[in-house]
Design a protein around this ligand. Structure first.
Ligand SMILES: Nc1ncnc2c1ncn2[C@@H]1O[C@H](COP(=O)(O)OP(=O)(O)O)[C@@H](O)[C@H]1O
Ligand SMILES: [Mg+2]
Length: 293
């Protein structure tokens, strides 16, 4: 197969691993830097121009590895490939949905996937009431489009919550409020999905002074097996968001597992390191089975 990875660099761990595993299995692999693609539309033969040539008909399969800061353009490039009949491991709609945590939680709540109690509003006049909707402080304040644990804030008191929320609203930054799941003890679960299977999962624990468990924030991981209920949540989340390959974050609460977010471009480095699973290889195998070529 001709596989193109949409990524800003072939030196990123996950991109490099996908190249390695795809070549190992005798596929032709190229890396397309989607931030350097120009898309021409306006007739029946759209073009995606990259390094001076039209590449729209080149790949059989694309693996989007779109960073958060360029997701709009990235998702639009993916969309153009999709409409041209190219198989993608992440649908453009799924990329856009998962980019925004509120949108993700709205969709999944509607499908009865359990989530932490969440409030969103842009009204600066009733912040106390918003905090009270969650049962008062402490509360989590999150950027709707944050990643890597940046933009997730724990406010211990109503007073500090109020001033933080005030600040974000005045800066026109989209945030959401969430009940603080204290009993998770700074741990969460990351699972990587390929189709209807979970190919790897780990528990992550933050450093001793941090309630956030992201590896990017210094957290560490440990391979775990998910409960049946957790597996069900992970697979349903991936399905409803529309991402055949993705990462799903859960948190364990007193009332059972709760979904935190879905990631269209999960990193493999921590997962492969802590679980010993060949995540990149599993994704290539998934493509071989599902691309219908
Ligand atoms: N409601 C919450 N209660 C307790 N901890 C949370 C809550 N939401 C997030 N966290 C912690 O913060 C981390 C980052 O939150 P997450 O929603 O996954 O955003 P990001 O996109 O930055 O990873 C989580 O992995 C978890 O450890
Ligand atoms: Mg996360």
């Amino acid at each position: 197969m001709k596989i193109s990875i949409l990524s800003v660099s072939e030196n990123i761990y996950s991109t490099a691993r996908l190249i390695e595993e795809a070549e190992e299995r005798n596929h032709q692999v190229t890396v397309i830097n989607h931030t350097k693609c120009s898309v021409l539309i306006g007739n029946h033969k759209p073009k995606i121009i990259y390094e001076g040539r039209n590449i729209i008909n080149e790949p059989d399969v694309i693996i989007p590895r779109i960073g958060s800061s360029v997701f709009r353009h990235g998702a639009a490039v993916v969309k153009e490939f999709e409409m041209n009949g190219v198989y993608s491991t992440a649908k453009s709609l799924g990329i856009a949905r998962s980019q925004n945590k509120v949108r993700t939680l709205q969709i999944l709540n509607r499908k009865n996937v359990p989530i932490p109690k969440t409030v969103f509003s842009i009204n600066p006049d009733n912040i106390e009431e918003q905090i009270e909707l969650l049962g008062g402080a402490p509360v989590i304040i999150k950027l709707q489009e944050g990643t890597h644990g940046l933009g997730v804030i724990l406010a211990d008191s109503k007073k500090s919550a109020k001033s933080i929320i005030d600040t974000f609203i005045s800066m026109d930054t989209s945030i959401m409020l969430q009940e603080f799941i204290q009993e998770s003890n700074g741990e969460d679960i990351r699972a990587i999905v390929a189709g209807d299977k979970i190919i790897a999962s780990m528990k992550r624990k933050g450093t001793k002074d941090d309630f956030r468990s992201n590896i990017h924030r210094g957290g560490s991981g440990q391979r775990i097996y998910l409960t049946h209920k957790e597996e069900e949540i992970v697979l349903r989340a991936a399905k409803y968001i529309g991402l055949p390959v993705c990462g799903v974050d859960l948190i364990r609460s007193n009332r059972g597992p709760l979904l935190l977010e879905v990631n269209s471009t999960p990193g493999f480095q921590g997962m492969e390191y802590y679980t010993d699973v060949n995540v990149a290889g599993q994704i290539i195998k998934f493509i071989e089975k599902n691309a219908n070529l």
